[in-house]
Design a protein around this ligand. Structure first.
Ligand code: IPM
Ligand code: MN
Length: 371
């Protein structure tokens, strides 16, 4: 199978974590006789610096023509601390999502027994946690009209949804629930917001088409609490754009580190795969960031291509590193390994080049991943 992948390294730690995914994808290509062709493009602060535009036309063009997009991270502190900046890195990502109509952002949350000590939750609450957030990605308050008065003393962001925007992601979420534990929780704020009441109405109309799925409705403030108190109760969470942004970050720490979680954004055109973490500028260029969120996003990309065996091999290799203590410093600040070492170990595992006895001290010295 020959596939064209647009690669957007982006800002901060984006380049170094995405590079590890490429190494792993190359190992998969070699092992399974697949062909992946990469086209690198610019977006975010990197693109603003080089072209003045957070999403150059050329990037959009390449993305539209590709079979998938692998993306790193976006954001730079120089824009975060300047509320008056007219051009912002995030505009690039938002415009890309909108242009490609990537209306569903899928964020799976799973746990690893070897990392349970890192989770802020007790072991008893963690066992069996396995859910996925379906976050609407191209509507709501993110894309509604934005206003600010001339004196800059008043501002507003319009939250707006249409029935069809809700329906299309709801169907995807229901179908996912049918393949999983057959439970769907709609998270909203229907006791206050008109848009949330529309979400409930539209979802209730869809329910009869998925008779085998049990449906729950939960206010977002309660959901934020339930994710901590009893995360096991969730299977598929369906929610609007901003609630999904917030609760998926919250949910990510359950696994032990924000750096572990992948995501897929799907819609009308090319799908995009990215870790859920941000650009983590403090770590940029230091080779210390966790590449696993990106590598697991590459596994979701393989799944999207229908390459399930290949995706399983990547996930297996990731679990192997985690359970053998080959982790970055977000997971173990004392015995930590470099971003590039983890990438190399995972790709060596994919290629079947990891012997049963691994020499930890050689790896620490960055001599070779294997003896
Ligand atoms: C995310 C990010 C983005 C969002 C930002 C960078 C615009 O936080 O992908 O979750 O809010 O959607
Ligand atoms: Mn976010």
């Amino acid at each position: 199978m020959k596939k064209n992948i647009a690669v957007i390294l982006g800002d901060g730690i984006g380049p170094e974590v995405t590079q590890q995914s490429i190494i792993v994808l190359n190992a998969i290509a070699e092992q399974f006789k697949q062909e992946f062709i990469y086209t690198y493009c610019l977006m975010g602060a990197d693109a603003i610096d080089k072209t003045g535009n957070p999403l150059p036309d050329e990037t959009l063009d390449v993305c539209l023509k590709s079979d998938a997009i692998l993306f790193g991270a976006i954001g730079h502190p120089k824009y975060d601390n300047d509320p008056t900046a007219k051009v912002r890195p995030e505009q690039g990502l938002l415009k890309l999502r909108k242009s490609l109509q990537l209306f569903a952002n899928i964020r799976p949350v799973s746990t690893y027994p070897s990392l349970s000590h890192l989770s802020p939750l007790k072991e008893k609450q963690l066992e069996g946690v396995d859910f996925v957030v379906y976050r609407e990605l191209t509507g709501g308050i993110y894309f509604g009209e934005k206003k600010v008065n001339e004196a800059y003393t008043e501002a507003s962001d319009l939250c707006i949804y249409t029935k069809s925007e809700i329906e299309r992601i709801a169907h995807l979420a229901f179908k996912a629930a049918q393949q999983r534990k057959k439970k769907l929780t709609l998270v909203d704020k229907a006791n206050v917001l008109e848009t949330s009441r529309l979400w409930r109405k539209v979802v209730q109309e869809i329910v009869p088409q998925y008779a085998d799925v049990q449906v729950d409705y939960m206010f977002v403030d309660n959901a934020a609490m339930q994710i901590i108190v009893n995360p096991k109760q969730f299977d598929v969470i369906l929610t609007e754009n901003m609630f999904g942004d917030i609760i998926s970050d919250e949910a990510s720490v359950i696994s032990g580190s924000l750096g572990l979680l992948p995501s897929a954004s799907v819609g009308a055109a090319t799908a995009l795969f990215e870790p859920i973490h941000g650009s983590y500028p403090q770590a940029a260029g230091k080779d210390i960031a966790n590449p696993i969120g990106s590598i697991l996003s590459a596994a979701m990309l393989l799944e999207h291509f229908g390459l399930s065996d290949e995706a399983a091999v990547v996930r297996e290799a990731v679990s192997w590193t985690l359970s053998n203590g080959f982790v970055t410093r977000d997971i173990d600040p004392v015995n930590s390994y470099f971003t590039s070492t983890i990438g190399e170990l995972i790709s060596d595992h994919v290629s079947g080049r990891i012997p049963s006895a691994v020499n930890h001290s050689n790896i620490e010295l960055r001599k070779s991943t294997i003896i």
